[in-house]
Design a protein around this ligand. Structure first.
Ligand SMILES: CC(C)(COP(=O)(O)OP(=O)(O)OC[C@H]1O[C@@H](n2cnc3c(N)ncnc32)[C@H](O)[C@@H]1OP(=O)(O)O)[C@@H](O)C(=O)NCCC(=O)NCCS
Length: 155
């Protein structure tokens, strides 16, 4: 079941992110940061256990990042990541009436996002992200993430 996250999910979400934070695939997020964005976070839950999560981060009413996406290692390759991305996009489309929404992600797995309808693009196309987030990231001078984007909601 994919559902909106709640404050009760904060610790489980942090635990889902942890292995990939340790591998430096995802950035560390404190419980406070996760809680602050909980209303824009969704989770995949099975038998009361959280097995996936992702968050929306709006830089404007029309520009939205898909961030902190993870599927538990035991559940990867079953189509859940794609379902979660599409559910996140639907949530974003409910949160704003602006159309189309310009979705983007910075990722080491662009091929996965391509399977979700995204195309590769340049990070420089997202100055909002660079000025507000990347410039303060400890990896800013050694970042190999690839930008992907998709426009949704104009059909
Ligand atoms: C990336 C991740 C979210 C993908 O989730 P998943 O549930 O394993 O992916 P899915 O099963 O939904 O895959 C959907 C499609 O993408 C493809 N795909 C998935 N991961 C891929 C990868 N690493 N490279 C290439 N293609 C990939 C699948 O083959 C599938 O293709 P299909 O639709 O033709 O069958 C998951 O592997 C993960 O959590 N990785 C660790 C954290 C991470 O890298 N997060 C992304 C940071 S932005």
């Amino acid at each position: 079941m994919i559902r909106d996250a709640s404050a009760d999910d904060v610790v489980s979400i942090q635990n889902l992110l942890k292995p990939y934070v340790e591998k430096r695939i995802l950035l560390y997020r404190s419980r406070k940061e996760i809680l602050e964005n909980i209303e824009k976070t969704i989770v995949y839950e099975e038998d009361g256990v959280l097995l996936g999560t992702t968050s929306l981060v709006f830089f404007s009413a029309k520009l939205c990042e898909i961030r902190a996406l993870v599927i538990d290692e035991t559940q990867q390759g079953k189509g859940l990541g794609k379902k979660l991305v599409l559910a996140a996009e639907e949530k974003a489309l409910r949160l704003t009436k602006e159309r189309p929404i310009h979705f983007f992600a910075l990722t080491y797995t662009p091929k996965f996002f391509e399977q979700c309808g995204y195309v590769q693009t340049l990070k420089e196309n997202f100055p909002e992200k660079i000025y507000e987030v990347c410039n303060f990231c400890f990896r800013k001078d050694d970042c190999h993430e690839i930008a992907v984007e998709k426009f949704s909601g104009n059909d």
